[in-house]
Design a protein around this ligand. Sequence first.
Ligand SMILES: NC(=O)c1ccc[n+]([C@@H]2O[C@H](COP(=O)([O-])OP(=O)(O)OC[C@H]3O[C@@H](n4cnc5c(N)ncnc54)[C@H](O)[C@@H]3O)[C@@H](O)[C@H]2O)c1
Length: 372
Amino acid sequence: MKILVTGGAGFIGSAVVRHIINDTNDSVVNLDKLTYAGNLENLSAVSTSERYTFEQVDICNRAELDRVFAQHQPDAVMHLAAESHVDRSIDGPAAFIETNVVGTLTLLEVARSYWQELDEGRKAAFRFHHISTDEVYGDLPHPDDVANSEPIGAGHARDNDTELPLFTETTAYAPSSPYSASKASSDHLVRAWRRTYGLPTIITNCSNNYGPYHFPEKLIPHVILNALHGKPLPIYGKGDQIRDWLYVEDHARALYRVITQGAVGETYNIGGHNEKRNIEVVQAICTILDDLVSSQAPKGGHSTLITYVKDRPGHDRRYAIDASKIANELGWQPEETFETGLRKTVEWYLNNEQWWQRVLNGDYQLARLGNK
Ligand SMILES: NC(=O)c1ccc[n+]([C@@H]2O[C@H](COP(=O)([O-])OP(=O)(O)OC[C@H]3O[C@@H](n4cnc5c(N)ncnc54)[C@H](O)[C@@H]3O)[C@@H](O)[C@H]2O)c1
């Protein structure tokens, strides 16, 4: 099978491309605009494979997308290209609407024209897999606020241990940030293209990812690198926001399971059963660093670098995924616990200084000039 992966030079997309090339016999066409978040150095281990091709294309460019589909004749699309950082969406929402909404619309239209012309066998087997986020569901009651919380709406499950609600595939959409609103819009477009035109689509909504090759603006790599440099570790508000963390390679395996075995028209939630407060995540990173680089630790340990900063506006309090559908129907389970995945991640940053130094000083973008 030949899979067109959009956003394959990003954090999750590159994990998906590495997984497909290293662990399956399928081929990949990586279509990526190479924004600041795209880094071809994430793919250096697989880019010489004859089953890998790269196309530097913007998903808003219809003519170029038509050319790529005609030239490469994909059997499936995994759509990950997006503007993905919530803080950037608060500062400048327009780029999020352009790529996440208009870009998804353009890709759907090109995929539909291409799919309609396929012979019956290839048409029936074609898949358009849209990769989305649990942030489309808004936030959930937080354990500290439960006494004051409103009754929850329809579609939630309950955690067996805490009795707190979880997001399911039928939870109503209630996005809070420009980022999550743009992703919610794109999910609605994908469902409409299934219902109206019959395009064989599947949607996945995943919780927060972490792991190797994560761009340093995101919480976990930001904390690791600041701690290594003895800089303050900024925590929004009280650091009590809860996220459900998933190791990126577990997400990549789940996405491949869905594109190869998922049922058309379905939605699957993907999560790691790892609800953690942000402050717990930062403390855990500090403890691992105290262990692995004890000679560089400040007096009192890396956690002495923690500083509390003004909270992000509209900051969601808690996300937590009920991932029982993908477990029961497709047999997927995460392989990493939060403890094993976080330790692997910290070790990866310690062992791959060249990668993050080139991101921090901008050299990864200069290397692209050779690819134009
Ligand atoms: N990071 C998470 O925790 C998380 C969780 C759930 C879902 N998601 C979703 O997974 C997808 C990938 O997330 P990520 O964290 O890897 O993002 P990322 O920002 O690391 O990567 C995005 C990639 O898309 C490319 N891109 C951006 N605009 C483009 C355009 N107009 N045309 C073509 N390429 C473009 C970028 O160059 C980059 O390579 C996104 O759709 C995101 O919404 C992310």
